[in-house]
Design a protein around this ligand. Structure first.
Ligand code: AMP
Length: 294
């Protein structure tokens, strides 16, 4: 395994792999502080691709003022040890100026999809995400890039971005990996005390209950969002920000539910920590058995 810091080196290594060796490349973009959720993406990349690149970059452009950029957990030594165990070929861990050189002034904005839900609470967040993902996809030019359903809105935005800009990578979205309690794994869970982690599990319980109620035939969106709201509000350590049911591709808010792919998304605060989670309804199964069911 090689750790690459320079974008030019990363580009030239990837070019060689594609052109001279005719091997497929899988890219797993991360911000490090790796956990089982990230590793599930790495495992699938390893299974599907000849060469696996994991990027580790805490992207300043996707953090707002007053957010946790400075405090975001960073431990490249530990991440490297984990990725060695997973037989990863390259870690791309650039310093900020390799991604955003002096005079950087070009941003990618996926309009419409970026301004709602997380975009409302975190203005500019998805512009930062879309920009860095575009740069990473252009540097590595992977055949496949792997993302988690955990960040459901992000996955939808990245799919749209790849389609709109005709980028030559296939986006694979994999299911959310959870703690035994049901809490979605997240690097930010490190901020939570054990009793807060326990309390935060209500988010998944509420989403699972809503999904079950949908499956039992409920088609009134407000009934499901109310159910989620009531369950979460009953947990005093968790403060709900939003719960929303949307079309799984356009993010159009829905009240009358039907049989199309949809997503119920939640954001909530536990103390100062913002947690997001979602569940999908009618997610399409992929041919190889992987699906974005959460
Ligand atoms: P992050 O390091 O938080 O930017 O996440 C990097 C990638 O890992 C994103 O595609 C996330 O959606 C994905 N990811 C994060 N947590 C999970 C999880 N619990 N299960 C599956 N994928 C995840």
């Amino acid at each position: 395994m090689e750790i690459i810091n320079r974008r030019q080196r990363m580009s030239s290594v990837a070019r060689k792999i594609r052109r001279e060796q005719d091997r497929t490349i899988g890219l797993v973009p991360t911000m490090g502080a790796l956990h089982e959720g990230h590793l599930s993406l790495v495992r699938e990349a390893r299974r599907m691709c000849d060469v696996v690149v994991v990027s580790v970059f805490v992207n300043p452009a996707q953090f707002g003022p007053g957010e946790d950029f400075a405090h975001y957990p960073r431990d490249l030594t530990k991440d490297t040890a984990l990725l060695t165990d997973y037989n990863v070929d390259y870690i791309f861990a650039p310093p900020i100026e390799e991604i955003y050189p002096k005079g950087f002034s070009t941003y990618v904005n996926v309009e419409g999809l970026s301004e709602q839900l997380e975009g409302t609470a975190r203005p500019g967040h998805f512009r930062g995400v879309a920009t860095v993902v575009t740069i990473l996809l252009n540097v590595v030019r992977p055949d496949f890039a792997f993302f988690g359903q955990k960040d459901g809105q992000q996955a939808i935005i990245i799919r749209r971005l790849v389609r709109d800009l005709a980028l030559d990578s296939e986006i694979i979205v994999l299911p959310t990996v959870r703690e035994d309690t049901g809490l979605a794994m997240s690097s930010r869970n490190l901020y939570l005390k054990p009793e807060e982690q326990q309390a935060a599990a209500v988010i998944h319980r509420a989403l699972a209950k809503a999904k079950e109620t949908y499956r039992a035939g409920e088609r009134h969106g407000a009934k499901l969002t109310e159910l989620v709201r009531t369950m979460i509000e009953a947990e005093p350590r968790v403060r709900l920000d939003y719960v929303s049911i949307m079309d799984g591709e356009t993010l159009e808010k829905l009240d009358k539910l039907d049989e199309r792919p949809m997503m119920i998304a939640v954001a909530a605060y536990v103390g100062k920590t913002r947690l997001i989670d979602n569940t999908t309804l009618n997610a399409t199964k992929k041919k190889d058995g992987a699906s974005a069911q959460a």
